[in-house]
Write a protein that binds this ligand. Sequence first.
Ligand code: SAH
Ligand code: SF4
Ligand code: F3S
Length: 439
Amino acid sequence: MADPKKLFIKTYGCQMNVYDSERMAEALGASGYVTTERAEDADMILLNTCHIREKAAEKVYSELGRFKPLKAANPDLKIGVAGCVAQAEGEEIMRRQPLVDLVVGPQTYHRLPAMEAAVRQGARAVDTDFPEEDKFEHLPKGPRARRAPAAFLTVQEGCDKFCAFCVVPYTRGAEVSRPVDRVLREAEDLVERGVREITLLGQNVNAYHGEGPGGTWGLARLIRRLAKIEGLARIRFTTSHPNDMEDDLIAAHGDEPKLMPYLHLPVQSGSDRILKAMARKHTAESYIRLIERLRAARPDLLLSGDFIVGFPGETDQDFEDTLALVREVGYGQAYSFKYSARPGTPAAEKTPVPDDVASERLHRLQALLTEQQRAAQDAMVGREVSVLFEKAGRLPGQMVGKSDYLHAVHVTDPRAELGQIAKVRIVASGPNSLAGELV
Ligand code: SAH
Ligand code: SF4
Ligand code: F3S
């Protein structure tokens, strides 16, 4: 048998891209590819890209440039661009970077095997359709290999919300939910392959409305059904929109033990004026009331969020309102970004906030969020948490896992095993992780 061809995939952007990269590797697995960690060894390089901010998109071109010597050394090397930059820019990518052989959007990567074959014949292939068929049903399956203990599972994709700053509705398309039975089948398969924790993914995962027995199911019902899978110990979901937080999902945080006490709920700004300009369709007040209801259901819920500073028209007072919201909510973790004007979005037409002002705001917001994150971590010291060990650490006998609250926890103990969920007492808090001992 010929040596298998080697595939190098580099993933940018959100967790959904991580999931998609796994699926693309499986799809090309059926065409005889095995993955490699080294771009120099590859017969095919795929960049799975993100278009969310200008920097993310530009990174793709600098990365592509670096592959030039590899292609000179190996004329059979094929280079592909997948993901959201592929969707947004399509053929333009090939004009800007002639060494690209293949461009495939997030909704057509089930066609990769055919595209790969065409590219091997010397063609250049572009496919950025939004096809009728469900890509997940048309993906060739790879080998049923053992999986790492924590896995992603996409249940919903796309977005109809059209926040004024955001490219996702254009790059991922309209909101689509996968049917309940398909999700269950995939979850059961993951569990059989060693998975103990599943994170349900969607651009607006809590807008999930999949067809299932008896009609349309919401996310809470799906989670309650998944929780019945024996061997599946933990369920998470991301990313949610405040307007889609249905009552039963709030309740599930209180009464479904397998649903972990961590919630990523982006708010973007604490100023109603800016929220309105962003077309978020909620207020700071309604967000805070929602958090209160969630905390009433699950008092120890650890909250995470996303923030944008320097949105067009943001004044000092608007920014102070964001700081005030952050102080009121108290986040265990958060992501904050300087507004980046994205071509084709309504906000890109507006006059930007001066860059130095935006940078200064970002700096102040991040200082506050880091302080809150440290406080939440430090508060774990002395507590007992459950930890799922996901990989070996750098030290001998060390395991690294995630607590119920999604904190990274290091434990050095020969009894700690991969895939095990153990009770751990937290003994120390570092900048980005905790240290603990088996109880
Ligand atoms: N679907 C999710 C977020 C998807 S994008 C939601 O609705 O919250 C992830 C985050 O990137 C967003 O929450 C936002 O904070 C940030 N983001 C999106 N577009 C951006 C832009 N143009 N400039 C800066 N940050 C942006
Ligand atoms: Fe983007 Fe808004 Fe949709 Fe989130 S809800 S993906 S921020 S348009
Ligand atoms: Fe980026 Fe696309 Fe995800 S733009 S954040 S990779 S949906």
